[in-house]
Design a binder for this molecule. Structure first.
Ligand code: THU
Length: 162
């Protein structure tokens, strides 16, 4: 028997002003996008902003549905749209913010399991680690790779070989 441990390194900031200027903009875009969420059921508004390698920023918001599982998280809306519009652009970073009960949540919003799986595949697709910036009004946390959010992940290459 061998015991092993996986450690996750993340960087924590008290305020967006501590971030590099392009990340400050990205966080602002994610916060701003929360206004456009369609979240009539949970009232939990999430905004995501994706920074592409060409400098373009794509935003997305959570989209809910009366048939609950048919909705989609803000991260996947933003990533899928970014990959649809710019299929050859790697994602440098994604910022996520959430708004509930009249204010931005104090603790960072962490991507759900399904979004983590999609973040990982997007990262693998372009073979470039992306920064994931999770905004909270009291703390901003950044991990430097989607791999860190999904230890022991399923990432075998099932794509058909030509
Ligand atoms: N949600 C997101 O959009 N992103 C997350 O990281 C967590 C959860 C959405 C899904 C649902 O519309 C609402 O937040 C409440 O779970």
């Amino acid at each position: 028997m061998r015991e092993s441990e996986i450690l996750v390194k993340y960087f924590e900031y008290d305020s967006p002003t501590e971030l590099a200027s392009d990340y400050q903009v990205l966080v602002e875009k994610a916060k701003d996008a929360t206004k456009d969420a369609y979240a009539p059921y949970s009232k939990f508004r999430v905004g995501a902003a994706v920074l592409l390698e060409n400098g373009e920023i794509i935003t997305g918001t959570n989209q809910e549905n009366a048939a609950y599982p048919s909705g989609l998280c803000a991260e996947r809306v933003a990533i899928f749209y970014a990959n649809s519009k710019y299929p050859s652009q790697a994602i440098k970073a994604i910022a996520v913010a959430s708004f509930y009960n009249g204010k931005f949540n104090e603790t960072p919003v962490y991507p759900c399991g399904s979004c983590r799986q999609v973040l990982l595949e997007t990262q693998n697709r372009f073979n470039k680690p992306m920064d994931i910036i999770m905004y909270g009004s009291n703390s901003i946390q950044i991990v430097k790779s989607a791999r860190l959010l999904l230890p022991l992940c399923f990432d075998v290459d099932l794509k058909a070989k030509d």
